[in-house]
Design a protein around this ligand. Structure first.
Ligand code: SAM
Length: 256
């Protein structure tokens, strides 16, 4: 049966992949193997879904757009979850699928990419790996090293729990409609937490530190550390971007 044409919905961040060569390259980077438990966020019109399903035999997809979810239902091997991905408990989903860990992939809706990344950080222990298409600028911030202009909250928080690499550049013409920005695909491999610390403490620390990234830390973090009655040593004559992830982690661990 022919499906009616779907008009892309901006509010759902819908930019559909239409470039066959890029789709092949993404699937090759993901390297799906038959039987692996995989979850795709935002399958849309199935650009990635079809080749993934072909190789895996079964695939779980999470789609918020009711019209798109309806189109996806009834396909052999496809488990359709019609939901906002931010409400999906990935740890419970892994249990439900009988999988110790999930592989998670998706060409993410760019308007909520950071909330999705932070939501998945809550479920990092239920994930084997992640491959996401994102705005290239966001990936630059995720993988940034200290003392660069891209280094910030996203870099520190995500590098804490993932080894990450940019695996593919994707130009706007690869999508319909084309987004206004360049895109890229990032590979994220969870790693065990190097220090025992409270995530909320690390998050608050990093947020305070980068709230005024041009100022030296004495003026921002200094006050906050005093409020926490921190008595250890920490060089506050630097700016937030000059402090490594390991140092933020050590400080958060000391405060946790
Ligand atoms: N995977 C398709 C492709 O590559 O052509 C579509 C990608 S499109 C950038 C993003 C997809 O995520 C759309 O299908 C959109 O409806 C879906 N989406 C948007 N917000 C969502 C949410 N909160 N939860 C789940 N899916 C969402």
């Amino acid at each position: 049966m022919n499906q009616p044409k779907h008009i892309a919905r901006k509010r759902f961040g819908q930019n559909f992949l239409v470039d066959g060569a890029i789709i092949d390259n993404i699937v090759r980077a993901i390297a799906p193997q038959a039987g692996q438990p995989m979850v795709e966020i935002g399958p849309g019109l199935m650009a990635l879904t079809k080749p993934l399903l072909e190789r895996l035999g079964q695939l779980t997809v999470i789609e918020l757009d009711r019209d798109l979810a309806t189109r996806l239902r009834g396909r052999q091997g496809l488990n359709v979850v019609e939901s906002d991905v931010l409400k999906v408990d990935f740890t419970a989903l892994a249990h439900a699928l009988g999988a110790p860990k999930l592989r998670v992939v998706g060409n993410l809706p760019y308007n909520i990419s950071s909330p999705i990344l932070f939501h998945l950080l809550d479920h990092v222990d239920a994930v084997q790996d992640q491959h996401f298409m994102l705005q290239k600028e966001v990936i630059d911030r995720m993988v940034a090293a200290p003392a660069t202009s891209d280094y910030g909250r996203l870099s520190v928080m995500l590098q804490w729990r993932y080894a990450m690499e940019n695996v593919l550049f994707v130009p706007p013409e690869s999508f319909n409609p084309p987004p206004k920005v360049n895109s890229a695909v990032v590979r994220m491999l969870p790693r065990s937490a190097p220090a025992v610390l409270n995530r909320a403490v690390l998050e608050e620390l990093v947020q305070v530190a980068f709230s005024q990234r041009r100022k030296i830390l004495r003026n921002t973090l200094g006050r906050w550390l005093d409020e926490k009655s921190f008595s250890g040593a920490f060089d506050l004559q630097r700016r937030a971007e000059e402090v490594s992830g390991a140092e933020y982690q050590a400080l958060a661990a000391a405060l946790s």
